[in-house]
Ligand binder design. Structure first.
Ligand code: BGC
Length: 770
């Protein structure tokens, strides 16, 4: 698909031919930018707005995975240097699970491995901004030491559709969780002097077709799909934003002045620069530049020419080009490359492995633990079932791929922790997997980023093995992993519903172990929610590990033995059945995809329309128990410009633990209908010893509580009684209190933009109730 031919025009060669001449203004700091822009030729300005890719790209592809940087092999891309003016190129690298660069280089004995951190949905399950900050800091350290200037993360789209193949690259189905954790990540990275890129802006919620036209109401956009971005822009000042591949209400995101200028730069306002996703330049360069899109990635020669031509023909105002150049230069002067940071190519991988392990364990969610099956005593003999013991799912594909120095499988982690493995069974799995992978049908697991064929293995028939194992070992552990997807696709329904061979494995193992009165534990090493109701009663405990990065086995074992008491909570609902979901018969769709469920995304749907879940948003067990008390608000429940919620949490169990406390609000229906519950705040206790309490405090301000009124194009807080529900999950509410808003309040007026061009039927609880 790609061949490395030098295609960039002679413009750049001429530029470097005159480099080093001292009499040109030089980019030295922020103050020098005006002089530099004045000195730039039109060709140089256009060159700065187009990425420095030198690979030949094909026209008929929608996208390309970034590996076009030359200074750091395997990094996604770079900008063009204009040497005569002292403008260096800066290097951009993915991504959401750590730094994605090539681990080895030709004729170079050094290695360039990077730590594989937990996937963002695992990080989100910690509900711990401080921890996410630490992960951001660790990723930034590696990026900086490998010569990267700007990270292409965090991914922060909303997990509104369960089968979206990229959901694990994002935090949550809830915009508040997304916004809080993205903010923490951005701060963690940027405080190290490396930039972040919020992506993919916006309403990029399906993988199957990147060129979809997302038809979304203004209210759902503002309240659900843009909200997290708004929070991160306002509170963390990210260096960059990546516009998504798709269209929003009829206009490509990358060509939308309403999105990139009216919302992003005027309403919020954002101070960095905007880049495209890695598209093949098949969009309209003039429209993009005009709309406020600064940097076209990965870049191709024709784009430079079209910017130059558009200015020369008078269709594009050169002042717009200057504006776009300025935004990029203002970031370039902050980068390590510009500041001549001498990177070591030797980051602290051992220290970061600890960060990854700690984050992975904290992101695990205990879904079931009958009779306190867990924690297990270390030293027990364990029989492990499931092919993922041989092929662990530590992380994602595509731009979320990371090449770590090593990965710890679950059997290795258990042995490290002092468990004895049922070696016969383990050996059988090794042979089984190796034999299948040697066949044509199941081939090899692809390793390359472009290798999209990862056939999933059927499970081995363990009817006999299970009986022997139940007799000889103390506990059975079944590992269920996601199907290997292909990068360019969504998850399939086969990945939601367990295959027959997996169901049979669960039956055989659970029957055999039950017979002898020994427990069975399931580890869900999955990328997203799966169906659990049909099988969960057959097992004693379920631990959701997600895709937790390179320390998978160690982190799972830390939780299994109780060295880490699980405190993770679900950032995404586990539905009972896929077909319960309001979009199940429409998703993924092609061309125009209507977001009919509107604001009723995730738990907002389940709680408003009384739909039972398998495991609800915010759910997660602990090895201890907590009591909630003293749930109240201040100001006698009269809202002025903010209100404070209080709650006391006590550890009433027997082991130390942390609790994630969630504050949901049910706003009164007024002119606007409201979901039954919306998360408005959360907090995680410190580690509480048994018998210890912590008083928690949550501030709710007007903007956070407001709804978006499309008629006024404003955030409004409608009058009435607001119910504040403090709970351990969206369904486990421990106490309710109220406050009142006396009269309707207009909180913030914004540009009236991004309206759908077509009428469509939106889900409404008012219809539902007749
Ligand atoms: C992905 C982005 C990624 C970029 C560069 C694209 O295909 O959608 O998330 O940052 O490639 O690798």
């Amino acid at each position: 698909m790609i061949c490395s031919t030098l295609i960039m025009s002679s413009v750049y060669l001429n530029m470097s031919a005159v480099s080093g001449q001292e009499n040109f203004p030089q980019l030295t700091d922020k103050e020098s930018i005006n002089g530099v822009i004045e000195a730039m030729t039109l060709e140089e300005k256009a060159a700065l707005l187009v990425g420095g890719n030198t690979q030949e790209l094909e026209d008929d592809e929608d996208e390309i995975i970034g590996d076009q940087a030359e200074r750091v092999p395997g990094a996604a891309g770079e900008t063009q240097a204009i040497e005569r003016l002292g403008i260096p190129s800066i290097v951009l690298a993915d991504g959401p699970m750590g730094v994605r660069i090539d681990p080895t280089r030709e004729d170079d004995a050094n290695t360039y491995y990077a730590t594989k951190f937990p996937a963002p949905n695992a990080l989100a399950s910690t509900w711990d901004p401080e921890l996410v900050y630490e992960v951001g800091k660790a990723v930034a350290h590696e990026a900086k030491e490998y010569g990267i200037d700007l990270l292409l993360a965090p991914g922060m789209n909303i997990q509104s559709y369960l089968l979206n193949g990229r959901n694990y690259e994002y935090f949550s189905e809830d915009p508040y969780v997304t916004g809080m954790l993205a903010t923490a990540f951005v701060n963690g990275v940027q405080n190290q002097g490396i930039g972040t890129t919020l992506k993919h802006f916006a309403a990029y919620n399906q993988r199957a077709d990147n060129t979809i036209n997302a038809i979304v109401s203004q209210r759902a956009l503002r309240e659900i799909y843009l909200k997290g971005f708004e929070m991160a822009v306002k509170s963390a000042d990210p260096w960059a934003v990546m516009a998504s591949y798709n269209k929003i209400n009829g206009t490509w995101a990358t060509e939308s002045e309403e999105l990139l200028t009216s919302v992003l730069r005027q309403d919020w306002p954002f101070n960095g620069f905007v880049m495209t996703d890695w598209e093949f330049g098949q969009r309209d360069t003039f429209q993009q530049t005009n709309a406020g899109l600064n940097l076209l990635m990965p870049g191709r020669e024709e784009q430079v020419e079209s910017i130059v031509n558009a200015v020369q023909e008078g269709t594009l105002d050169e002042r717009i080009v200057d504006r776009n150049v300025r935004d990029i230069l203002e970031i370039i002067v902050e980068t390590p490359t510009f500041l001549e940071y001498d990177h070591s190519d030797a980051p602290h991988l051992a220290a970061n492995a600890d960060v990854s392990r700690h984050a992975a364990a904290d992101g695990m969610v205990l879904l079931k633990n009958d009779e306190r099956t867990l924690p297990l005593k270390s030293g027990l003999t364990v029989s492990l079932f499931g092919t993922p013991q041989v092929e662990p799912m530590t992380g994602g594909r595509g731009s979320a791929l990371v090449y770590p120095p090593y990965e710890v499988s679950i059997p290795e982690g258990l042995e490290n922790k002092g468990f004895t493995l049922d070696q016969d069974l383990y050996d059988k799995y090794q042979t089984y997997v190796a034999e299948l992978r040697a066949t044509k049908e199941f081939g090899q697991i692809g390793e390359g980023i472009f290798d999209t064929t990862f056939p999933t293995l059927p499970e081995m028939d363990v009817a006999e093995e299970a009986i022997k194992a139940a007799n000889e070992s103390d506990v059975g552990i079944i590992i269920l992993a996601s199907e290997f997807g292909s990068y360019g696709a969504d998850r399939s329904l086969d990945d939601f519903y367990l295959s027959e061979s997996k169901q049979k494995m669960i039956d055989d193992v659970s029957t055999a172990f039950e017979e002898v009165g020994k427990p069975v534990v399931v580890i869900l090493n999955v990328e997203g929610p799966i169906e659990v109701v049909s099988w969960r009663d057959k097992v004693d405990a379920i631990l959701l590990s997600w895709q937790p990065g390179q320390e998978l086995g160690n982190a799972v074992s830390d939780v299994l033995v109780g060295e880490v008491n699980p405190a993770g909570k679900l950032p995404q609902t586990f539905p009972i059945d896929y077909h319960d979901l309001p979009y199940s018969d429409r998703y993924p769709g092609t061309d125009d995809f209507v977001y009919e469920e509107d604001i009723y995304v995730g738990y907002r749907y389940h709680t408003t329309f009384d739909l039972e879940t398998a495991y609800e948003f915010g759910y997660g067990l602990s090895y201890t128990d907590f009591d909630y008390s003293n749930i109240r608000v201040n100001r006698n429940g009269k809202f002025k410009d903010k209100i404070t919620v209080f709650a006391t949490v006590e550890n009433v169990g027997e082991v130390p633990g942390r609790e994630v406390v969630q504050v949901y609000v049910k706003a009164p229906d007024g002119k606007l209908e409201k979901p039954e519950l919306e998360l408005k705040a959360f907090n995680k206790t410190k580690e509480l010893q048994p018998g210890k309490k912590e008083n928690l405090k949550f501030e709710l301000d007007a903007k956070n509580l407001a709804s978006f009124d499309e008629n006024l194009s404003a955030w409004v807080l409608e009058k009435g009684t607001y119910e504040v529900k403090v709970g351990a999950s969206s369904e486990d509410i421990k106490g309710t209190t109220t406050f009142s808003v006396k009269k309707d309040m207009m909180i913030e007026k914004v540009n009236d933009v991004l309206a759908p061009e077509v009428d469509f039927k939106r889900l409404s609880k008012r219809d539902n109730k007749g």
